[in-house]
Design a protein around this ligand. Structure first.
Ligand code: 2BA
Length: 109
């Protein structure tokens, strides 16, 4: 058995949740936020048999989109010690960040 941890953008999360239900794959969806952008994303915990890992990865790949966003980044100008400008920096997010981990035990009580 494996544990798939998938961090996806909120915009793709509902579609992923629905696809997993349609395919009879059990998952837990957590609300999370990125350490860099500090905006919301969704983390899926999926415990899955080894032979179905590829299927899960295909589904995640299918629903996850790469998007661009802009953040405001302050820069200090060297030539004026007090001057600061804000300029937009382009950041590409996703599609999905996925970890596949071995599972030592799985119990349902
Ligand atoms: P965030 O940390 O908010 O990062 C959003 C996007 O910002 C990243 O997209 C990446 O393109 C950019 N980024 C992140 N750190 C950066 C930095 N130090 N300098 C410049 N740009 C940076 P993704 O790589 O697609 O990551 C999307 C989200 O997946 C991340 O949101 C984070 O929540 C998660 N993630 C990515 N890599 C991870 C990792 N190694 N471990 C845990 N979570 C990760």
């Amino acid at each position: 058995m494996k544990m798939v941890l998938a961090i996806v953008q909120d915009k793709d999360a509902n579609r992923l949740a629905n696809k997993l239900i349609d395919t009879n794959i059990r998952a837990t969806k957590l609300s999370s936020s990125g350490g860099f952008l500090k905006t919301g994303n969704s983390t899926f915990i999926i415990g899955i048999d080894n032979e179905k890992v590829e299927k899960v990865l295909d589904i995640i790949k299918e629903v996850s989109h790469v998007r661009k966003t802009y953040i405001s980044s302050p820069i200090t100008l060297d030539f004026s010690l007090e001057g600061q400008m804000i300029y937009p920096m382009e950041v590409e997010i996703g599609g999905a960040t996925v970890f596949v981990l071995p599972v030592e035990g799985f119990f349902r009580f």
